[in-house]
Design a protein around this ligand. Sequence first.
Ligand code: ADP
Ligand code: 5GP
Length: 203
Amino acid sequence: MSGNLYIVAAPSGTGKSTLVGLLLKEEPGVRLSISTTTRNPRPGEINGREYHFVAVDDFRAMIKRSEFLEWAEVHGNFYGTSKKWIADQLAAGVDVLLEIDWQGAQQVRKLFPRAIGIFILPPSLEELERRLTGRGTDSSEVIARRLAAAEAEMRHVGEFDYAIINDCLERALADLRSVVRVSSLRYDVQRIRHADLFSRLIN
Ligand code: ADP
Ligand code: 5GP
């Protein structure tokens, strides 16, 4: 039995974490993969909740032990997805959501060609800057670096199955939920989830 694997990517500040947080409340069947990172925690972030925060040497040791499904350097820090946790969840039929960048998405797609890719776009570059500044968690230097990277990141939108524009938050959340709902209704997913019913109804 295999759960659905969702990959959600967006330039920093678009509202990806906000949207994913709301989605997880409304779709409790979907579990978020907690990545490991070498970046410093932001105010309010808790080790093991937003990320597993580790030192660079520890991250390198994890790479050597092949503990990551994928990893990448993003905005000067390392980020990686735990291989074992994902494998265990999917094998148990649980839907998993990865909040990762386009480089990680490329690696995951090679391993899981049926992963469902969703790219979230801001309504404009000006609004992206406003959101990055308004979040109040990053220095102006970090914000400038993330804004500069945004345009290059958005060139990868075509590698994803779905593109959602996060202008109105409610609308974007409804769009994200639609993708999750429709993916879970696919025949090959339903046939496994409701195997008993299918065999009773169709001989
Ligand atoms: P990301 O995870 O993509 O880096 P966040 O979820 O941290 O982005 O959101 C960045 C900022 O933008 C936060 O302050 C958040 O409250 C705000 N935000 C998110 N979505 C919207 C939206 N649709 N309209 C206005 N502000 C938003
Ligand atoms: P932030 O520092 O704002 O939390 O995240 C910065 C970027 O790193 C975002 O684009 C986010 O999706 C990406 N990211 C977070 N975790 C992972 C991961 O495990 N792997 C990869 N490749 N990117 C990640």
